[in-house]
Design a protein. Sequence first.
Length: 177
Amino acid sequence: MSLFDWRAEIVKGVIVHQRLAELDTAGLWSYHLPELAASEDEIEATESALGHRLDPQFREFLRYANGWRSFYQDVDIFGTRALLGEGAMGSVREMLAAVDPELFFEDVGLAIDDILPVAASDKQTDIFLMSTQESQERGVVIWFAGYTIDRFDSFNEFYLSMLDYNRRQIFKFEGRE
């Protein structure tokens, strides 16, 4: 049993999104609720198709929310369908295919084969890459947009950090930052 309470954290995310939607009078971004939970069968089928198990924290998130469109601005957290190629995953794969593997390794510290995209923007180059369970550095999430922008020690840290970025946007809208 995880000490991380996904139900509570997802509710906090929804509340933050509701406030952002109220303040975003210019309509800069879309605001969506998280998708309904993935079933264990959906998660296992995704793992089977990918050829490896998902990170335990990301897997746990999927058990409560099978993805979340526009979780941070126009960045979607992928659900099982996206992990299998739907939505932004096609363009993410194209972007990663264009990256020099040696330069990627120098910057990120992981081989392209050792990462799984778990979130991305379909309007910008922002991709969030998680190291796979087979990599030497398991569960790390890297915010990549041609170079490393940020690095999170775990999926849970990534989620909480992006929620904090959303809160900072609330402060900007309110004129407090």
